[in-house]
Design a protein around this ligand. Structure first.
Ligand code: AGP
Length: 608
């Protein structure tokens, strides 16, 4: 939610800021702005709408000359997306300017106090309060003013700040919102995420909570909230900028759909050694695993959907009771946790506010936690007791595909590891599951071969009003994700139902021509789901089915069928989700939607 960048160095700042913001636009895209410190002081340009508008308005940044600056791309929280609320925000005499990602929860109280002291505000944002609060405490020493406001602000923030009295210097500070510092040749940078700095450097510092960074052309100094200097080591990023570019694809989403075989293999292969499952990051021996009597999987959105699948996998393979919770519910429902519980938090970004809060809740009760996270060095990765990375690489499209697929793989591995330690699987069966895992990348590749067929079919549904997805067991979990993929990018209303539930109300929504997508990958449930397909079909529905190859029987009831290759009953999600991702993508493409940046959404949801 919102992306921030900053640069100070030998080069013109504005083009570098705009370039960095393009890489962060996935974080929010309802307005954008930059502030550059030039010969005439600090100049700001901002505009409602996509970054392209700001880029054109400033002639690629040429209208704001200067070698130090900060920038922002916004996902509105406080105040409508308009020019006034767009960042950066000035203090009263325009000598301090701020960009912000996060939410200052006590901003109204602070605003009232400042108003009492004569301050006036022009925007509805919490960020303007930060700028004015800095003004209030500033006596010529930026570091002192920053630490003072840190004591006053509640909530989350990553801030980039320029002070008119301190040319050639960018200040940054964070609490519960991501921020990294890039150490470049002839200049240094700040950013909400790594892709924004990769063109200039692979050497980055991860700023911890309540740490401050002071950047000049040649130096980076870190401080804690007591203004003490900190010594930090940079990390080398293992991938280059091409991983975060479209590489000839029309959209990041399509590129990421096609990257799934590799992402799955990268997540899988390092954990399969000599026919065994080795998850070193788990840091639990078999005896410790046997001490776990219950697993809670906690996540949001698509990551939650992977957990819904994994409940069946953990319970089926390892026979361990598993609960799945939406993080936003878990954190407020007073869950029963004890020393025999493992809480698994799943998150692509590692920054999702609700998931982070759920993690902290579990930790505060002394419960063992494991993060399954994609973004290296993110908050959940750092704060969980142990972290198992999904090696999907950077995922830019708002609608997740390859991160989702790798989250499934990480959980299959974990479930098999638990099954092995709990002696629930004879060796030959375990070997069979491992052999099935190894086949998944190639099988995904095969399913991707249905592209033309799916695109043609999708084009028939561009004007659809409602599309329903149904399935039972793991097929219900697959349906939930298929439905989310479609609605988040195509804006067509869609819902997923446990197939047996339709007749308890939802079936009244079926009209002549309504598309119902049925997922049938669980052989023991085929007949049950087929009955539900018959029910909707006899009320006028058109039925698309996704099923295992060999289940030709379904053609008697479905109007359009996509077959997936044979695997065991637990791993079918990895194959069946592919046609549903493609269906969502091609419907959105056909409707002319902005596939990578759907309206009202942002890639990482760092607000509650
Ligand atoms: C899915 O396509 C989403 N954009 C969304 O549901 C996402 O999975 C959710 O916000 C969780 O994000 P995270 O994995 O970064 O925690």
């Amino acid at each position: 939610m919102c992306g921030i960048v900053g640069y100070v160095g030998e080069n013109q700042a504005a083009p570098i800021l705009l370039d960095g913001l393009y890489k962060l636009e996935y974080r929010g895209y309802d307005s954008a702005g930059i502030a550059v410190y030039g010969e005439e002081g600090i100049k700001v340009a901002k505009a409602r709408g996509r970054l392209k508008i700001l880029d054109e308005m400033t002639h690629g940044g040429a209208m704001l000359p200067g070698t130090a600056g900060i920038g922002h791309t916004r996902w509105a929280t406080h105040g409508a997306p308009n020019d006034v609320n767009a960042h950066p925000h000035f203090n009263r005499d325009e000598s301090i300017v701020v960009v912000h990602n996060g939410i200052i929860e006590n901003y109204l109280k602070l605003k009232k106090k400042l108003e009492g002291k004569g301050y006036q505000f022009c925007s509805e944002t919490d960020t303007e309060v930060v700028a004015q609060l800095l003004d209030y405490y500033y006596d010529g020493d930026p570091l002192k003013a920053i630490t003072k406001i840190m004591h006053r602000m509640e909530g989350s923030y990553a801030l980039g700040i320029l002070f008119k009295d301190h040319p050639g210097t960018v200040y940054a500070v964070r609490k519960d919102s991501p921020l990294i510092v890039g150490h470049g040749q002839g200049g240094n940078l700040i950013a909400s995420d790594v892709p924004a700095v990769l063109k200039y450097t692979r050497s980055v510092y991860f700023i911890e909570n309540e740490e401050i960074a002071k950047l000049t052309k040649d130096d980076i100094t870190f401080y804690n909230i007591d203004e003490e200097v900190l010594v930090k080591e940079p990390s080398e990023i293992g991938w280059d900028i091409s991983a975060a570019e479209k590489g000839g694809y029309e959209h990041f989403m399509l590129k990421e759909i096609y990257e799934q075989p590799k992402a799955i293999a990268d997540t899988l292969n390092p954990r399969l050694k000599d026919g065994r499952i080795v998850i070193e990051e788990l840091k639990m021996d078999d005896e410790e695993i046997r001490q776990i009597h219950k697993i809670f999987i906690v996540a949001c959105g698509s990551a939650y959907h992977t957990g819904v699948t994994s409940k069946y996998v953990f319970e089926g393979l390892a026979r361990i009771p598993t609960e799945v919770d939406l993080a936003s519910e878990f954190r407020y429902r007073n869950p029963i946790l004890d020393e025999h519980t493992l809480v698994v938090i799943i998150s692509q970004s590692g920054e999702t506010a609700d998931s982070l809060a759920a993690l902290r809740l579990a930790k505060s009760q002394g419960v063992r936690t494991l993060g399954i996270v994609n973004v290296v060095g993110s908050s959940i990765a750092r704060e969980a007791d142990n972290v198992m990375y999904t090696w999907a690489g950077p995922e830019i499209a708002v609608a997740t595909t390859k991160a989702y697929s790798t989250q499934l793989i990480a959980q299959y591995l974990l479930a098999l590891k638990f099954a092995q330690a709990r002696r629930m699987l004879p060796e030959e069966e375990l070997a069979g599951y491992i052999a099935d895992l190894r086949k998944i990348p190639d099988q995904v590749e095969m399913v991707l071969g249905n592209k033309e067929k799916i695109q043609k079919f999708a084009n028939r549904y561009l004007a659809a009003k409602d599309i329903f997805f149904i399935g039972r067991g793991i097929d219900y979990a697959i349906s939930m994700e298929g439905s989310l993929k479609l609605k988040e990018i195509s804006y067509i209303h869609s819902d997923a139902y446990a197939a047996g539930e339709l007749k308890h109300g939802t079936i009244s929504l079926i009209e002549e021509g309504t598309l119902v997508v049925a997922v049938l990958t669980q052989a023991e449930l085929y007949k049950k789901t087929i009955s539900n397909m018959v029910e909707v079909r006899s009320r006028g529905a058109f039925v698309m089915a996704v099923t295992n190859s060999g289940n030709q029987e379904v053609e008697k009831t479905a109007d359009f069928v996509i077959y997936i290759p044979e695997t065991n009953r637990y791993f079918t999600n990895s194959l069946a989700i592919i046609p549903l991702q493609m269906f969502g993508y091609y419907v959105a493409l056909g409707k002319g939607c902005d596939v990578d940046k759907p309206r009202n959404l942002a890639k990482s949801v760092t607000v509650e």
